[in-house]
Design a protein around this ligand. Structure first.
Ligand SMILES: [Zn+2]
Length: 590
C-alpha cells in the first residue's frame, strides 16, 4: 500500500515551483522608504529573473515603478552576496545556482495617490503592484509578513490571514497580490455586513466625516448595486479612505477599493454627494472591469501597455451608473439627477475634442493621451468618462424604448457578466459587447458604433430624451455674454485656449501673462473691461510672452457654448412617463 501511494504521488507531482515570502519593513517611515526582503526558496534554476510591474491595472499609464528602487541586492542563506545583473529597466537576473536566497531592496514611496505606495511618519498605504517584485517565470502563491513601525497597531487588507496573525497574509497568485492594497497605521476601522458580504471601512486621517452616515449610505448603494447584478462575488471587501488636504480619486481592486478625498469635503451635501458617487463608481467596478472585462484587461501583461478600445465601457458605463445608483438609492432627487445629466451632456458637447477623437480611439490611446494631458487636451481629445457615460445613458434609453420597458442596459451588463465572467471566465471582445446590446435593444446597432463609438457624430439628444418624456432646450441661445475662449488664472496667466475661439484666432497662447486690455492695467477684471462690448467689437490685449511685451487684436464673439436644460414635457404620453419612472426609479413623473 505504501509503495503504491508513493508511485501515485510521483506520477502527479507537479514540476518544482519556488516559494516566495515577502517581509515588508518600515523602520524609518519619515524617510519614506519601505525595506523589502523577498525570500525565494526551492528555485529549480541556476539563473532566475526578477521583475517589477510597470503599471497598476485600472490606471492606464506606464508608471515605471522601478524608478523608486535604489539598489537590488541578493544574498544566499549564509549571507553571501549573489551576482545580480540588471538586464532592462525593470528586470534583474540573479545567479542563485538552485539555492535558496533573498532579494533586498529599498522602495521610495512619497507620492500620495491611489496608484502609488506611500509612507510617512503617520501611516503606510501600499499599492502592491508598485512595491512587490515578482518572478515572471512562475506564478506562485506567496506569504507576506508586514512589520509595522513601532506603535502602529492597525492593518487593513483583503488578503487572508495566516495562523490568525493579522500581520501575516497570503496571496494565491501574483494577480491577487498586486490587486490587494494594504493600509497600516492607527486608522479607524468599521466592520459591517451588507448583501451577505463582510465589509471593512478603513478610514485614515482627520476630516469632517460622519462615519455612521457614510456606513448607512454605502449600505444602500451596495444593496442596490447587488440587486442589479443579482450576485455579489466577494467574500470580504475593504474600502480604504484616505483623507487628504488636496487631490482625490479612486482605484478599483478585486476585493477592495482605494479612495482619496479632501478631508473637509463631506459637507455641504453637494460635496458629500461627490464622495458617495466616487464610492459608487469604484464599487460598481468590482463587477464591471474587475470581473466583466474587455480584452485584453485580464490576464494582464504587467510589463507593457495593454491596449483596448473599450474604456468607454469599462470607465464610461461605470461613470453612468455611479450617479444613477445615487438616484436609485433615493440619495438624490430625480430633479437633482437631471441636473447631473445636464452637466454631462453640456460638458461633452462643449469640449471641442469630443468631435475630433472617438471614444474607441481615446480608449486605445489612454496610455499616451488621457493619462498624459496637456493644455491642448480638451481641444484634441474626448473625455471617455463623460462621453462614455453619455453613450451608456442613450443606450439605456434606446433599449428601454425599443423593448417597451422590458429591458434596459442593466440586462446587457448582467448577461455579459454571466456569459463572459461566470461561464467562460474570459474577457469579451468589442463585437461580443455589440451583439449583447443588439440582443436587448432588438435592433442592429452598427450605425451607433459607426457614429458614436468609432465616430464623433453629434448625438441626437432630442430623440433620446423624448423617449422619457423630456424636452431639451439650449438656454444659451440668444445670450450676449462675450467669451474670449481663454482661461486666465488668478495670477493673470492664460492656462487654456479653446480651439477655434477668438483668443486662439487672435494668436493668444497658454502661458501668456495678460498685462493690459485696451491700454488699461489688467488685474483679473476681465468682466469690467468688457462692459458694453458687442460681438464684432475689437479689443487690444497686451501680454508678456517669454518676457517680451506683445499686442494682439481680438475680434469679440458671444459665448457659443451650449447650456442644455431638461424639462418634463407636459404632453408626455403614458408610455413616456412610465419609461421616465423606470429609467431613474422615480415614483412619479413630476
Ligand atoms: Zn473608474
Amino acid at each position: 500500500m505504501i509503495h503504491f501511494a508513493i508511485i501515485i504521488t510521483m506520477l502527479f507531482m507537479e514540476p518544482a515551483q519556488p516559494q516566495i515570502t515577502y517581509h515588508v519593513r518600515m523602520e524609518k517611515p519619515a524617510t519614506h522608504y519601505f525595506n523589502i526582503e523577498m525570500q525565494i526558496e526551492k528555485v529549480p534554476d541556476d539563473i532566475i529573473q526578477i521583475k517589477t510591474v510597470v503599471w497598476t491595472p485600472g490606471s492606464y499609464l506606464v508608471r515605471e515603478y522601478a524608478k523608486n528602487i535604489d539598489a537590488v541586492i541578493a544574498k544566499d542563506k549564509n549571507g553571501n552576496n549573489l551576482l545580480v545583473k540588471k538586464i532592462d529597466k525593470n528586470t534583474w537576473e540573479v545567479a542563485c545556482n538552485k539555492k535558496d536566497f533573498s532579494v533586498y531592496y529599498n522602495y521610495y514611496a512619497f507620492e500620495e495617490s491611489v496608484r502609488t505606495s506611500y509612507l510617512d511618519d503617520k501611516h503606510a498605504s501600499i499599492i502592491p503592484a508598485s512595491l512587490f517584485m515578482y518572478l515572471p517565470k512562475y506564478d506562485v502563491s506567496s506569504t507576506i509578513h508586514y512589520h509595522p513601525y513601532a506603535g502602529w497597531e492597525q492593518i487593513s487588507t483583503s488578503l487572508e490571514m495566516i495562523n490568525n496573525d493579522k500581520w501575516i497574509r497570503t496571496a494565491p497568485n501574483k494577480d491577487i497580490l498586486f490587486d490587494s492594497p494594504v493600509e497600516i497605521g492607527n486608522h479607524v476601522i468599521i466592520n459591517f455586513t451588507v448583501a451577505g458580504v463582510e465589509h471593512e471601512l478603513a478610514m485614515y486621517g482627520e476630516g469632517n466625516y460622519n462615519l455612521e452616515k457614510i456606513k448607512n449610505d454605502f449600505t444602500k448603494i451596495i444593496e442596490e448595486q447587488k440587486s442589479m447584478w443579482e450576485e455579489h462575488p466577494c467574500k470580504r471587501y475593504v474600502i480604504f479612505v484616505q483623507n487628504s488636504n488636496k487631490g482625490g480619486g479612486g482605484l478599483e481592486h478585486l476585493n477592495s477599493t482605494s479612495l482619496i478625498t479632501q478631508r473637509f469635503n463631506y459637507e455641504p451635501e453637494n460635496n458629500y454627494r461627490g464622495f458617495i458617487s466616487l464610492f459608487s463608481h469604484e464599487y460598481f467596478h468590482l463587477w464591471n472591469v474587475k470581473r466583466l472585462r474587455p480584452e485584453p484587461l485580464g490576464p494582464f501583461n504587467y510589463d507593457a501597455e495593454n491596449y483596448t478600445t473599450s474604456l468607454w465601457i469599462a470607465e464610461g458605463f461605470t461613470a453612468y451608473y455611479d450617479d444613477l445608483f445615487i438616484r436609485r438609492t433615493q440619495l438624490m432627487t430625480p430633479n437633482d439627477y437631471l441636473t447631473v445629466v445636464e452637466g454631462n451632456i453640456n460638458a461633452t458637447t462643449n469640449r471641442a475634442g469630443d468631435f475630433i477623437q472617438s471614444v474607441a480611439e481615446a480608449s486605445f490611446d489612454a496610455w499616451i493621451k488621457y493619462y498624459r494631458p496637456n493644455e491642448n487636451s480638451p481641444n484634441a481629445q474626448v473625455d471617455y468618462y463623460t462621453k462614455g457615460a453619455t453613450l451608456a445613458m442613450i443606450l439605456d434609453l434606446e433599449i428601454l424604448n425599443n423593448s417597451k420597458g422590458e429591458y434596459r442596459l442593466d440586462d446587457v451588463m448582467r448577461y455579459m457578466y454571466n456569459e463572459y465572467y461566470k461561464k467562460l471566465n474570459r474577457a469579451y471582445s468589442e463585437a461580443e459587447m455589440k451583439t449583447a446590446i443588439e440582443k436587448f435593444a432588438g435592433k442592429d446597432m452598427t450605425l451607433f458604433y459607426t457614429d458614436h463609438v468609432h465616430g464623433t457624430k453629434p448625438i441626437d439628444y432630442k430623440k433620446y430624451f423624448s423617449y422619457a418624456g423630456l424636452n431639451i432646450s439650449d438656454a444659451n441661445v440668444g445670450n450676449k455674454d462675450i467669451d474670449l475662449g481663454a482661461t486666465i488664472s488668478a495670477t493673470n496667466t492664460i492656462t487654456a485656449v479653446r480651439g477655434n475661439s477668438s483668443a486662439e484666432n487672435a494668436g493668444l497662447n497658454v502661458n501668456d501673462e495678460v498685462i493690459a486690455i485696451n491700454g488699461f492695467r489688467f488685474t483679473n477684471n476681465l468682466n469690467t473691461l468688457l462692459i458694453g462690448k458687442k460681438e464684432g467689437d475689437t479689443i487690444e490685449v497686451t501680454v508678456s510672452r517669454n518676457g517680451m511685451l506683445q499686442n494682439f487684436t481680438i475680434s469679440l464673439e458671444y459665448n457659443k457654448k451650449v447650456n442644455y436644460q431638461l424639462t418634463l414635457n407636459s404632453d408626455a404620453t403614458v408610455e413616456q412617463k412610465e419609461l421616465y419612472k423606470k429609467w431613474m426609479k422615480a415614483e412619479s413623473f413630476n
